[in-house]
Write a protein that binds this ligand. Structure first.
Ligand code: PEP
Ligand code: MG
Length: 877
C-alpha cells in the first residue's frame, strides 16, 4: 500500500483546502495557481501535526523522508543545494493553521546556514555582510524557537556591541563585527546545550518543524484559540519555502501590504516598505518601515508589478488581502496572502463596497461580517490613540462591551448621588446584587472582583449595553474601607479609572471615549439584507421601557423575556415587596400584593406600548424570596419599623428563608405553588395592562405569560389553572375578547426529557439555557468562572458553556424537547431566552434545531439578527 501523503509541494496542492494545508499553505498554492510570483516550497499538512502529537511528539520516519524528498525537488528546480558549498538552498519554516492566528506560533528563517553555506552565500552574492547577518539571525532563531531557549542573552550581545560602538541601527554593525558576533553566538549555544550548533541542515529542519508543531500548544496560541473558539484538534500545518532575501542591498527590501485600508475600509492600497531588510525587522519593531512611495521612487517597475499583482489577488480572492512581500535584487516575491483583519467599521464598508463593485452578492456580504466583533459598532469605544498609550493595571472578564471612564464609586447609592451631581463614575463592587441596579444605571461602567459571564453584574450590564469588567480577581475591593487595591496601589473615590468591556482591561486615569457612527448608511444597508435572509425572529430580554425602546431601535421583534423581579427593586416598591414576603397570613400577603399590582400594571402597560405591534412575554416571579430582604442591621430595623414588627421577628423570617442552595430551592414556579396569590396578582397586572393598552390604542394585545423552572406537567397545569381562572374572569368582566398565551420555560433537564407531557399544557417553550446549563452541568452559574479556566487549560472544555451553548449535552436536551414538544403540539412556538440566545454559534444551532426565535439583551439584538441571517444562508431550512 502506498504511504499516506503528509507533504505537498505548492505546485501540487492547489484545491486541497485549508483543513489539510492550513490557511497559509492553501494560500501559497492558490497564489502560484493564479500566477503570483512566490518562492518555491512545500506544505507539511495539519494531519502531520496531529500525527506528531499522536506519536508522542516525534515525527515518524516516513514523514521525514517525504520532507527530504520535497527538499530534493526544490534543489532540482532551483539548482540550489541544501547545505551546499556552492549555491546553497536556504529555507524559511513557518506555521500555518486553518485560520490565521497572527503572531501566535513560530517561524524560523534562513534555515540551512552553517559555516560552509554562509561562506558560499557571501561569495555568490558578493555580500559577506548580508551572509553573516543572516547566519547570526538564524543561530538566534534556532536557539530561541527550535530549542526553546530565551533570546535575551543573545539580544544583549548585539545591544552591548552597538552601545560600545555608538551605533543606533543594526545595519551599522560591520562585517568584521558580525563575524565576531556569530562566533560568540555559537559559543553561547555550546555553553547552553553542551553540544556544537548543528551544521547539518537536515538536522536543523527536523528540529524546526517539530518546534512549529509544538508551538500549536504554546500558552499564547492556547489563549488565542480559546478567545476565538478554534478547536485544539485542528493542528497547524508547516510551510517550508525557499528564502527570498530582502536584505541583499539597496535593490532589495521587504514589506507588508493591505489591498484596502484595514482601519477605515477605504479602497486604496495601504502598504509599508523597508529597504535592505528582512520581514522580521518589521514584525519585531526593530526598524520602522517607510511609506510604500519609497519603493515607487527606488524601483518604479517593481512598484508597477506590485500594484498589478495586488489588484489581481484581491479580484481573485474577492476580499481585502493582507500580504507580505520581498524584493530580492529587484525581483518581487509575495510570501503570503490572507483575508486581512479589519476593524468592524472597515468590515462593514468593505462588504458594502464589494457588493457595489459587483464582486460579491448580498448574501456573501452578510457572511463576511464577524458576529464576535459586530456589537463593537454599537457602543462607545476608547479613542484609539489614547488607548494605545495607556497601560492596563488589571484584567478581568470582558463581560459587557463598550468603554467607560469615571471616578470610583463604591456603592449603588453613591454612584447615583454622584451622577446626579454631574460626576461620571465607575461602580466598583466585590460583586453586584439586584439591589445595585440603580448604581449600574448611573455608572459609566461596572467593575467587580467576583462573578462570571452570567453573574448578575454581567447579565444586567449586557442587558443595558453597559460596559462591565467582572471577575477581576487582581482588584481587591474593600467596600467598607472604600478602597480598590491593585498590586501595591490603593485607589479611593478620588481616583479615576477606565474600563474596556470588550477586552476586560482596567486602566488608571481617564481615557477619552468616542460615540459609534451608525448614521453613515452602511449599517442600515447591511441590516436590510440581514432581515431579508434570516428565518429566526429576534426578540429581546427587557424589563423596562428604556431597554425595550433601545431594543426596538436595534430591531427587536418583541420581548422574549421580561424578568418581573427586576421591577421590584425600585425604591418605591421594595417595601411593599418586603411586606408581602414577611406576611404571616394570606390576607396580609394579598394586602401587600394589592399595593404592588398597580405598579406592575403600569410597567406592563409601558412595555406593551413600546413594543407594539410585537408581543411581550412576561415571566412570573422567579428568584428565591430572600434576595429581596435586607442584610444590613440598619435596613432590617428600618423594615421592621415600616411593617410594624420587631427586629427579632424580621430577623427570624430572614433566617427562615435562608436556603443552603437557593438556586435549586424555593424559586420559580415553586413560589406560585406555595403562594398562588403572587401568581394571581401578576396575572391580573398582565391582563389588566393589556386591556387598558388595547382600549387606549385600539390595537389587539396578546400577552404571553411564562412559567419559570417547570419540571412536571402537573405542576404547570396547577399554575396554568390559576392563571386561566384569573385572566378569563378579568377578560369576561371587561366584556372583550383577548387572546393570551401560557407557556413555560424549559430550564430543568427533567422538563426537556418530558417535553411531550409538558407541551399538553404549554402553548410555547422558551429555553432558559442559563439554568438549563447550570442544572445539566451541575455548575453554579455564578461560581463556575472560578474553575472554568483550569478546564480550558486541561482541554476538558474549550468554551464557557453559559455563553456558548454546549451543543453535545445541553443541545441534545434542546433538540429532544423540540421534537417531543412538537409531537404533542405541532404549533408549539419555541424560543430561547438564556444568554446563549445572543451568541452566534449557538444561534446557528437554534436555527438548525427549528426554533422560531431567539431572545437576547438589547445590545445583542443586531448581532443575533446577523447570526440568524448567516445561519439561514449557510443552512436553508
Ligand atoms: C435562564 O435560566 O436561562 C433564564 C433566562 O432565566 P434566568 O437567567 O432569569 O434564571
Ligand atoms: Mg432561569
Amino acid at each position: 500500500m502506498a504511504e499516506k501523503k503528509y507533504v505537498y509541494p505548492f505546485e501540487e496542492s492547489y484545491g486541497l483546502g485549508k483543513e489539510l494545508l492550513g490557511g497559509k499553505g492553501a494560500g501559497l498554492a492558490e497564489m502560484i495557481h493564479i500566477g503570483v510570483p512566490v518562492p518555491e516550497g512545500f506544505t507539511i499538512s495539519t494531519e502531520a501535526c496531529t500525527l506528531y502529537y499522536d506519536s508522542g511528539k516525534t515525527i515518524p520516519e516516513f514523514v521525514r523522508n517525504q520532507i527530504f524528498e520535497a527538499i530534493a525537488r526544490i534543489e532540482r528546480s532551483t539548482g540550489k543545494t541544501f547545505g551546499g558549498s556552492t549555491n546553497p538552498l536556504l529555507v524559511s519554516v513557518r506555521s500555518g493553521a486553518r485560520v490565521s492566528m497572527p503572531g501566535m506560533m513560530d517561524t524560523i528563517l534562513n534555515l540551512g546556514l552553517n559555516d560552509v553555506t554562509a561562506a558560499a552565500l557571501a561569495k555568490e552574492t558578493g555580500n559577506e555582510r548580508f551572509a553573516l547577518d543572516s547566519y547570526r539571525r538564524f543561530i538566534l532563531m534556532f536557539t530561541n524557537i527550535a530549542k526553546g531557549h530565551p533570546r535575551t542573552d543573545m539580544d544583549k550581545m548585539l545591544e552591548a556591541l552597538k552601545e560600545e560602538r555608538g551605533y543606533k541601527l543594526d545595519t551599522e554593525v560591520t562585517t568584521e563585527e558580525l563575524k565576531v558576533l556569530v562566533a560568540k553566538y555559537k559559543e553561547y549555544y555550546k555553553t547552553v546545550f553542551g553540544e556544537e550548533f548543528p551544521t547539518d541542515p537536515k538536522v536543523q529542519i527536523m528540529e524546526a518543524v517539530a518546534a512549529v508543531f509544538r508551538s500549536w500548544d504554546n500558552p499564547r496560541a492556547n489563549t488565542y484559540r480559546q478567545m476565538y473558539g478554534i478547536p485544539y484538534s485542528w493542528g497547524t500545518a508547516v510551510n517550508v519555502q525557499s528564502m527570498a532575501f530582502g536584505n541583499k542591498g539597496e535593490t532589495s527590501g521587504t514589506g507588508v501590504a493591505f489591498s484596502r485600508n484595514p482601519g477605515t475600509g477605504e479602497k486604496a492600497i495601504s502598504a509599508e516598505y523597508l529597504p535592505n531588510a528582512q520581514g522580521e525587522d518589521v514584525v519585531a519593531g526593530i526598524r520602522t518601515p517607510l511609506h510604500i512611495e519609497e519603493l515607487k521612487a527606488r524601483m518604479p517597475e517593481v512598484y508597477e508589478q506590485f500594484v498589478q499583482t495586488i489588484t489581481k489577488m484581491e479580484a481573485h480572492y474577492k476580499d481585502m488581502q493582507d500580504m507580505e512581500f520581498t524584493v530580492e535584487d529587484g525581483k518581487l516575491y509575495f510570501l503570503q496572502t490572507r483575508n486581512g483583519k479589519r476593524t468592524p467599521a472597515a468590515a462593514l464598508k468593505i462588504a458594502c463596497d464589494l457588493v457595489d463593485e459587483g464582486v460579491i452578492d448580498e448574501k456573501e456580504a452578510v457572511l463576511r461580517m464577524d458576529p464576535v466583533a459586530f456589537d463593537k459598532l454599537l457602543l462607545p469605544g476608547f479613542n484609539k490613540d489614547e488607548l494605545a498609550k495607556a497601560t492596563p493595571i488589571a484584567t478581568g472578564l470582558a463581560a459587557g462591551p463598550g468603554a467607560g471612564t469615571g471616578a470610583i464609586a463604591f456603592s449603588a447609592e453613591e454612584a447615583e448621588a454622584r451622577k446626579n451631581n454631574g460626576e461620571k463614575v465607575i461602580l466598583v463592587r466585590a460583586e453586584t446584587s439586584p439591589e445595585d441596579i440603580v448604581g449600574m444605571v448611573a455608572a459609566q461602567g461596572v467593575l467587580t472582583m467576583r462573578g462570571g459571564m452570567t453573574s448578575h453584574a454581567a447579565v444586567v450590564a449586557r442587558g443595558m449595553g453597559k460596559c462591565c469588567v467582572c471577575g477581576c480577581t487582581a482588584a481587591i475591593i474593600d467596600e467598607e474601607k472604600r478602597t480598590l487595591t491593585i498590586g501595591d496601589k490603593v485607589y479611593t473615590d478620588k481616583d479615576i479609572i477606565s474600563l474596556d468591556g470588550s477586552t476586560g482591561k482596567v486602566y488608571e486615569g481617564a481615557i477619552k471615549t468616542v460615540e459609534p457612527d451608525l448614521t453613515s448608511g452602511y449599517f442600515g444597508r447591511l441590516m436590510g439584507w440581514v432581515d431579508q435572509y434570516r428565518q429566526l425572529h429576534v426578540r429581546t430580554n427587557a424589563d423596562t421601557p428604556r431597554d425595550a425602546k433601545q431594543a426596538r431601535v436595534f430591531g427587536a421583534e418583541g420581548i422574549g423575556l421580561c424578568r418581573t423581579e427586576h421591577m421590584f427593586f425600585a425604591k418605591d416598591r421594595i417595601l411593599s415587596m418586603r411586606k408581602m414576603i414577611l406576611a404571616e397570613t394570606v390576607e396580609e400577603r394579598e394586602a401587600a400584593l394589592a399595593e404592588i399590582e398597580p405598579m406592575q400594571q403600569a410597567d406592563f402597560e409601558a412595555l406593551y406600548e413600546t413594543m407594539l405591534p410585537f408581543n411581550v412575554n412576561v415571566r412570573l416571579l422567579d428568584p428565591p424570596l430572600h434576595e429581596f430582604l435586607p442584610q444590613e442591621e440598619e435596613l432590617v430595623k428600618e423594615l421592621a419599623d415600616a411593617v410594624g414588627k420587631s427586629v427579632a421577628e424580621v430577623k427570624d423570617k430572614i433566617a427562615n428563608l435562608h436556603e443552603t442552595n437557593p438556586m435549586m430551592g424555593h424559586r420559580g414556579c415553586r413560589l406560585a405553588v406555595t403562594y398562588p396569590e403572587i401568581c394571581k396578582m401578576q396575572t391580573s397586572a398582565i391582563i389588566k395592562a393589556a386591556i387598558a393598552v388595547s382600549a387606549r390604542t385600539g390595537k389587539a394585545i396578546e400577552p404571553e405569560i411564562m412559567v419559570p423552572l417547570v419540571l412536571e406537567e402537573r405542576e404547570l397545569k396547577f399554575v396554568k389553572n390559576i392563571i386561566a381562572e384569573t385572566a378569563d374572569k378579568l377578560i369576561a368582566e371587561a366584556g372583550i375578547t383577548m387572546n393570551y398565551h401560557v407557556g413555560t420555560m424549559i430550564e430543568i433537564p427533567r422538563a426537556a426529557l418530558l417535553a411531550d407531557e409538558i407541551a399538553e399544557h404549554a402553548e410555547f417553550f422558551s429555553f432558559g439555557t442559563n439554568d438549563l446549563t447550570q442544572m445539566t452541568f451541575g455548575f453554579s452559574r455564578d461560581d463556575a468562572g472560578k474553575f472554568l479556566p483550569s478546564y480550558y487549560d486541561a482541554k476538558i472544555l474549550e468554551e464557557d458553556p453559559f455563553k456558548t451553548l454546549d451543543q453535545n449535552g445541553v443541545g441534545k436536551l434542546v433538540t429532544t424537547a423540540v421534537k417531543l414538544g412538537r409531537a404533542t403540539r405541532p404549533t408549539l412556538h419555541i424560543g430561547v431566552c438564556g444568554e446563549t440566545g445572543g451568541e452566534a454559534k449557538s444561534i446557528e444551532f437554534y436555527h438548525k434545531a427549528g426554533l422560531d426565535y431567539v431572545s437576547c439583551s438589547p445590545f445583542r439584538v443586531p448581532v443575533a439578527r446577523l447570526a440568524a441571517a448567516q445561519a439561514a444562508i449557510k443552512n436553508p431550512r
